[in-house]
Design a protein around this ligand. Structure first.
Ligand code: IPE
Ligand code: IPE
Ligand code: MG
Length: 234
């Protein structure tokens, strides 16, 4: 495509790691490790293509249901990747963690909080990483914070507008979510950015996340570019 419309914000549901590993007779955590390296590459592809913000679904509020050794493996992978995430933060990238990281081990939590704090004014690109994230949990958290503001007398229930709710979401510094890409053949959101995706475009593909390439990203953007977004108008 000549001059595709580039989405400002893409959400990636990094799915299919387990199936990718299984196909190779390897443990599921091997797939997670391959998937994590694709996460790093995808950030660079997005920057090369002119995207402003990318959010990655790395661990959902429902993923705790998995076997203990798989969860432990994912946490260790996260430990390993913290160094890389910090390097991105040093390249003028703002890192935003979406989700309740208070459930994580202290060493991980402290590092992630520090990365968020030190990168918060970076302007080059925004990377969102959804960890212990669920869209329902995010909206519940927003509702709780709004109730507290009401009880403190800072706002009244009539002040609660869609714009105000958005201020209480993890995505409040991000551009609107234009496109959600889900590899692995599943066609669902699985509790990812449910508020933000209200008018997003969706591109599903059979590729498993560890096999995701820059070509796949370019194809998804070309498809997005050809869509007619009406937002309820004509
Ligand atoms: C996505 O890959 C990674 C996480 C949810 C952490 P999966 O582990 O869900 O891979 P499949 O869907 O079982 O293949
Ligand atoms: C969604 O994938 C969560 C992440 C990619 C982190 P899942 O594999 O957990 O989703 P379901 O269970 O297929 O809906
Ligand atoms: Mg899956």
């Amino acid at each position: 495509m000549e001059n595709p419309i580039i989405p400002k914000h893409i959400g990636f549901i990094m799915d299919g790691n387990g199936r990718w590993a299984k196909k190779r007779g390897m443990p599921r955590n091997f797939g997670h490790s391959q998937g994590a390296s694709v996460f790093k590459k995808t950030i660079n592809w997005c920057r090369e293509l002119g995207v402003e913000c990318a959010t990655f679904y790395a661990f959902s509020t429902e993923n705790w249901k998995r076997p203990e050794d798989e969860v432990r493996g994912i946490m260790n992978l996260l430990r390993q990747y913290i160094k890389d995430i910090r390097e991105f933060a040093d390249e003028d990238i703002c890192i935003i963690i979406l989700g309740d990281i208070s459930a994580f081990d202290e060493d991980i939590r402290v590092e992630l909080e520090d990365i968020m704090q030190t990168s918060k004014d970076n302007k080059g690109f925004i990377v969102g990483i959804a960890l212990n994230y669920g869209g329902r949990a995010e909206l519940t958290r927003a509702a709780k914070m709004l109730c507290e503001e009401c009880l403190r007398g800072k706002i009244s229930p009539n002040d609660v507008t869609e714009e105000l709710v958005e201020k209480y979401l993890y995505t409040n510094k991000m551009p609107p979510l234009d496109l959600v890409i889900r590899p692995s053949g599943e066609q669902r959101l699985s509790n990812f950015l449910i508020w933000q995706a209200a008018y997003s475009e969706f591109v599903f593909m059979d590729t498993l996340w560890p096999d995701f390439t820059k070509k796949d990203l370019e194809r998804a953007i070309a498809e997005f570019s050809g869509r007619n977004r009406r937002f309820g108008g004509v």
